[in-house]
Write a protein that binds this ligand. Structure first.
Ligand SMILES: [Ca+2]
Ligand SMILES: [Ca+2]
Ligand SMILES: [Ca+2]
Ligand SMILES: [Ca+2]
Length: 311
């Protein structure tokens, strides 16, 4: 997965601009309130407003090319817009939405899947985290599902990966509160960044972990009984909307690296799945990292370890 510069630049800008976020400035940010489509008294919702396009519940309001003109939109409804007249720098869309409770949030951006020419990407950020999403499994349309611990305003910046804009570069985005996409039996305990600090792991369990800060290392230690044929390590992350591209490094009882798992058997499945033959009682240590050392409070994974019994 490569890293286009566009949203990285915006990300840097956003960090610099954090004190001006709508949630922080008491609502005196021009444009935020007037962008809400249900406010009933704005020019955008006048009687003469054209009907909404198919599968659109609200429309983008320009200008929105900078954080100080970020436009609020409603969760659970499609917001439609276009990368239009952006010049050589492309058209960027600074948006925001507000949660009312803790939980998990999904953000889905549809462009190619709606017939648009745009290769759309987005930056999602809160006061404490940020993630950039380029694509999702087998589509150039990005989607993330992340824990939303912060109740309040989340920023969203949309961009076209090649800075392209014009006729036919439409997009639609929705932010939703969703159920947790995964189950787990225990949560990691930091600091586990060194093998000496490995969290104990029992066969049959599933851990929930966060890759944060960047270049986080999560070490685990697993006792394996005899009578097994193999041990199976299985990550769930990217395939369920996490930004994490996980990797597992497995070490034997002597501390020797025995196997590194990057992905599943199926193409495009970034979530590692690996089996390792193990018939005698022993101990494994293993480390979960992000392949690109990315990390944030949004960067979650689960890892299940199970035994395959000998015939
Ligand atoms: Ca636009
Ligand atoms: Ca714009
Ligand atoms: Ca961690
Ligand atoms: Ca760690």
């Amino acid at each position: 997965m490569y890293t286009p510069p566009l949203l990285l630049l915006l990300l840097t800008a956003c960090h610099a601009c954090r004190p001006q976020l709508p949630s922080d400035n008491g609502g005196d940010n021009g444009g935020i309130d007037t962008a809400l489509p249900d406010s009933g008294d704005t020019e955008e919702t006048a009687d003469t407003a054209p009907p909404l396009p198919n599968r659109c519940d609200q429309l983008e309001v320009e200008p929105n090319n900078a954080l100080d003109v970020s436009k609020a939109f409603l969760m659970e409804k499609w917001l439609c817009g276009a990368f239009l007249d952006g010049g050589s720098g492309g058209d960027t869309e600074f948006l925001n939405f507000t949660t009312t409770q803790q939980g998990w949030v999904s953000v889905t951006l549809e462009a190619a899947s709606r017939g648009s020419n745009a290769d759309a990407q987005f930056l999602l950020y809160s006061d404490e985290s940020a993630v950039i999403a380029y694509d999702y499994v087998d589509s150039t349309d990005p989607r993330v599902v992340v824990p939303a611990a912060v109740v309040g305003t989340y920023g969203l910046v949309l961009g076209e990966t090649g800075y392209l804009s014009g006729e036919g570069y439409d997009w639609a985005v929705m932010a939703s509160l969703v159920k947790p996409p995964v189950d787990w039996t225990f949560q990691e305990t930091e600091d586990n960044d060194d093998v000496e600090l490995a969290n104990p792991f029992t066969l049959g369990e599933t851990v929930y972990g966060i890759m944060s800060p960047t270049a986080d290392k999560d070490w685990y230690r697993l006792a394996v009984p005899d009578g097994l044929e193999a041990v199976v390590f299985q990550v769930e992350a990217f395939g369920s909307g996490s930004p994490v591209d996980a990797r597992i490094d497995l070490y034997d009882i002597d501390g020797e690296l025995k196997k590194t798992c990057y992905s599943a058997v199926i193409d495009y499945d970034l979530d590692p799945y690996c089996e390792i033959k193990q018939t005698e009682a022993t101990e494994w240590t293993f480390k979960v990292t992000d392949e690109y050392d990315n990390g944030s409070a949004f960067s979650w994974y689960t890892l299940s370890v199970s035994g395959i019994l000998a015939e």
